[in-house]
Design a protein around this ligand. Structure first.
Ligand code: ADP
Ligand code: MG
Length: 245
């Protein structure tokens, strides 16, 4: 049996009683696999990845993370959240804490690391995203690209096995997008399992093992990047690519 890190089996989700936002999602992600998810606004991309750490709950089907089936079981949920890190479009850093304090907060409070251990780990991750020299600044003293790299480092401090990115560059000015994509590319090369919602198709081409296209709550098409971009089969994919490429 293959070693799946994430497995959706006929997952369905509704918002309220009537809005069917995820429709029969079947998706298997191998350990170390890098997946890019794209599709029009409102197609359910954020909902899909938020279900993986249960920021949203699905109502039907089976969703497992590293063999743990997501349910209302709080113990399982804690275990899953330890494995899954998430990076958002808005960086969500605490403005009144320094960069270093933002990174050590959860490791000290949640993982019970000593301050010294947490700071050492934080500095290691800040070096990894090439921003160690900003450790004592406050988030608002940094550019958007730097803040997003801090947010990535903060997630890495919790030693996740899976990284979820939800449009991590779409709030950034164009000149800052590359520095964030470069960091994501490096992480991808280090073998961590990644699911990225992004419309950065250059990133998808160079980094993704698989590209997934969603529309109206369904996975409409998935393929390796070469075939996805050169030979899209579904007309909705073709129309989407014609608009953004
Ligand atoms: P995407 O990330 O592809 O833009 P989302 O997953 O954010 O799509 O949203 C899919 C659909 O679900 C959209 O129509 C959106 O308006 C709706 N939606 C998202 N979050 C909620 C919510 N908390 N309650 C009700 N509807 C929501
Ligand atoms: Mg979204």
């Amino acid at each position: 049996m293959p070693d799946y890190m994430i497995e959706f089996a006929k997952v369905n989700k509704w918002y309220g009683n009537h809005f069917h936002v995820l429709r029969d999602i079947d998706l298997q992600v191998r350990k170390g696999e890098r997946i890019v998810i794209c599709g029009p606004s409102g197609s359910g991309k954020s909902t899909l990845i938020r279900c993986i750490n249960r920021l949203e709950a699905h109502q039907q089907g089976k969703l497992t993370v590293d063999g743990l089936e997501l349910s209302d079981d709080v113990k399982v949920l804690h275990e899953v959240r330890r494995k899954v890190g998430m990076v958002f479009q808005q960086f969500n850093l605490f403005p009144h804490l320094t960069v270093l304090e933002n990174l050590t907060l959860a490791p000290i409070q949640v993982n019970k690391l000593s301050k010294a251990e947490a700071e050492e780990r934080a500095m290691t991750q800040l070096r990894r995203v090439q921003i160690a020299e900003q450790a004592h600044k406050y988030p608002l003293q940094l550019s958007g690209g730097q803040q997003q790299r801090v947010a990535i480092a903060r997630t890495l401090c919790l030693t996740p096995q899976v990284l979820l990115f939800d449009e991590p560059t779409s709030a950034l000015d164009p000149e800052m997008i590359k520095e964030v994509l470069d960091v994501m590319t490096e992480l991808a090369e280090q073998g961590i399992t990644m699911l990225c919602v992004t419309h950065e198709m250059g990133f998808a081409k160079s980094v993704a093992d698989r590209v997934i296209f969603m529309d109206a709550g369904q996975i409409v098409e998935e393929n390796n990047p070469h075939d996805f971009f050169n030979r899209p089969r579904n007309e909705r994919t073709q129309a989407f690519l014609a608009k953004i490429l």
